[in-house]
Ligand binder design. Structure first.
Ligand SMILES: Nc1nc2c(ncn2[C@@H]2O[C@H](COP(=O)(O)OP(=O)(O)OP(=O)(O)O)[C@@H](O)[C@H]2O)c(=O)[nH]1
Ligand SMILES: [Mg+2]
Length: 442
């Protein structure tokens, strides 16, 4: 899971000087500081750590040495190749690196900032403790309440299926039907059923133990789609994030909520109202922009949306913004001419930076259930969707659609929306979502 980035959330504690060799021979030039990350030797976790570090290497200009606690060997020496301009910059950036790594590698182990001498011997070690980006209690409550419609259906159903402490074919059949009704999709429902049938229930079977088991299964299915990175930074220039989706799916509202959260976390951002179809569309975004205190680039309705996006991007670059959020007009996935227009927006942005847009987030309205699947397909083809946002999970009993969607498209889920207020948009967290979905409070 990722958070809102930037704002300092790191607590540091000095620990005793150690003589741990930091294996810094490969960073002779800039030896004094190294980030030393202890991870377990689980293959999977190391691979994950490597990925995070490689991603980071682009935005972190300093030099970090990442080693496992066990053998002291580098797990991601690629980062060593990246060099900062001068010592101060390195110090700052390493700190940055440590912060970022600490918050993201917390799951993997401990994170230390190790100061070394020229020989690579550690002279001072600082333990970095990152706050995990756990949603606040209120946010979790909000998620639980937001998913009430789906969860009460599932939880209620479970309650009436498991009246006897028995998990036989009849009960499994009924449960599978229940999951299909929550729009989990036939395949996923069958998979859940199979996994449940293999579980051992040492403490007996009742609706609570079944819910716990279901939450575990669902969490495991969804956790690959919880993204372990920070989407708010870019190597050069602003991070450009474009929002696409069908009419009324929640794009503008989602941008407004994200904008407010980014501003609250010290990001410099700009918004672009590239939905030039309706005058009301720009106005809606202008209201959110005003509330968050950020500039919104907008034009009269009927203006060329690709042109507007292009201008906004140039402006965001010249003003050194961190993030540019681009709103686009809603379009049905089967309207070819409108989909072509979206392609044009992407093409035009690429004239400025070949890698733009850096993210394309498809906003899906959860109440449409399985139709979300064909939307994901069409928008992926046209606009190269990199992540999903599911809005309006509070207004439907079909929250299970997230499972069939991820299974079919394998795209990460960035956020979920469980209401209209700013705090109702939450970074996706598989654990909390799975529990709330089956009606278990955290
Ligand atoms: N209950 C609830 N309502 C939401 C959520 N997200 C958006 N909405 C509402 O859904 C409606 C449509 O949202 P917009 O943000 O205007 O949708 P859009 O995708 O920008 O729509 P177009 O620009 O017309 O394509 C608004 O009334 C929002 O307040 C959510 O998570 N929960
Ligand atoms: Mg809109």
């Amino acid at each position: 899971m990722f958070g809102w980035g930037k704002k300092k959330e790191i607590k540091e504690t000095k620990v005793e000087n150690t003589n741990t060799p930091a294996h810094s021979n490969q960073i002779n030039e800039f030896v004094p500081i190294a980030v030393f990350v202890g991870v377990t030797n689980s293959e999977n976790q190391i691979v994950q750590a490597q990925k995070i570090i490689e991603n980071r290497a682009k935005s972190v200009k300093g030099i970090a040495q990442i080693t496992t606690a066990q053998d002291g060997l580098g797990i991601a020496t690629t980062l060593l190749a990246k060099r900062g301009q001068n010592f101060d910059a390195i110090f700052e950036n390493i700190h940055n690196a440590a912060e970022i790594l600490a918050s993201e590698l917390l799951l993997l182990g401990q994170c230390f900032l190790v100061k070394t001498d020229e020989n690579g011997t550690a002279i001072e070690t600082t333990k970095i403790e990152a706050k995990k980006h756990e949603p606040s209690k209120e946010a979790q409550k909000g998620l639980f309440d937001g998913l009430k419609r789906t969860s009460s259906k599932i939880a209620g159903g479970i309650g009436s299926i498991f009246t006897q402490a028995k998990l036989g074919d009849d009960e499994l059949d009924e449960l599978e039907d229940l999951l299909i009704m929550s729009d989990m999709g036939v395949d996923v429902a069958r998979e859940v059923r199979e996994q449940l049938s293999k579980k051992r229930f040492d403490r007996g079977i009742d609706s609570e133990t079944i819910k716990e088991a279901l939450a575990e299964i669902i969490e495991e299915m969804l956790s690959p789609y919880e993204k372990f990175d920070n989407p708010w930074t870019n190597e050069n220039g602003p991070r450009l994030i474009m929002f696409v989706g069908v009419n009324g799916s929640g794009k503008t509202t989602t941008i407004g909520k994200i904008a407010q959260n980014l501003v609250d976390n010290d990001h410099e951002i700009m918004l672009a109202a590239a939905d030039t179809f309706r005058a009301a569309a720009s106005e809606q975004l202008l209201v959110w922009g005003k509330r968050a205190g950020v500039e919104v680039i907008a034009k009269e309705s009927g203006a060329d949306s690709a042109g507007l996006a292009f201008e906004a991007y140039q402006k965001a670059i010249s003003q050194n913004k961190d993030v540019l959020l681009i709103d686009t007009a809603g379009r049905l996935q089967n309207r070819t001419e409108l989909m072509a227009e979206l392609e044009k927006v992407v093409r035009v942005l690429k004239k400025i930076d070949e890698s733009a847009p850096h993210e394309v987030w498809l906003v899906l309205d959860a109440t449409v259930g399985q139709n979300a699947i064909s939307q994901a397909e069409a928008f992926s083809k046209t606009a190269g969707v990199t992540g999903l946002i599911m809005s309006k999970l509070d207004g439907t009993a079909k929250g299970g659609v997230l499972l069939s969607l991820t299974k079919t498209y394998g795209l990460p889920i960035r956020f979920i929306g469980v209401g209209e207020k700013v705090e109702d948009l939450q970074p996706f967290n598989a654990h909390n979502f799975a529990r709330a979905l089956v009606g278990l409070e955290n």
